[in-house]
Unconditional design. Structure first.
Length: 152
């Protein structure tokens, strides 16, 4: 199994999109990219931890490729919005790809560059080396599947 770590706004909707995709074996929502150890949702929402709301994706590369995951990522959020997605504003909602190895870094950079002209504005998605992933609270996990309302 391979892993991807992506931030595309509100993690509930992003997780649901990937959770229901063929080849995805597991999803977890959490926080990454910041400086606070084991942050809570409330702390991340203050914007003071520098964490993004992320989805950790475990996938079967014989069924779905990293490139296909990146396609889903870019198709399901606006990568030109800096530190926001729609009405959700804050650094925790930024568009980020956290790569796990040099191949993922290269594929991410190539994908971003290939899509740059497809939008009216420049893509602001950051591409960074993956840092510690902190699991979000249990009530956030598979929130939409549990009956939570999420408009995406």
């Amino acid at each position: 199994m391979e892993q991807a770590l992506l931030a595309a706004g509100w993690f509930w909707g992003v997780e649901e999109i990937f959770r229901t995709t063929n080849g995805i074996r597991d999803t977890k929502v959490g926080y990454s990219g910041g400086h606070k150890i084991n942050p809570t949702y409330e702390e991340v929402c203050t914007g003071n931890t520098d964490h993004a709301e992320v989805v950790k994706i475990e996938y079967d590369e014989s069924i779905i490729t990293y490139d296909q995951i990146l396609n889903i990522f870019f198709e399901n959020h606006d990568p030109t919005q800096l530190n926001r997605q729609g009405v959700d504003i804050g650094t925790q909602y930024r568009s980020s790809i956290f790569y796990n190895n040099e191949n993922q870094k290269l594929e991410s950079e190539q994908k971003l560059n290939s899509l740059q002209g497809d939008y009216n504005n420049n893509i602001v998605t950051e591409i960074k080396k993956a840092t510690e992933f902190y699991l979000a609270e249990e009530y956030h996990q598979q929130y939409v599947a549990k009956g939570g309302i999420c408009h995406f």
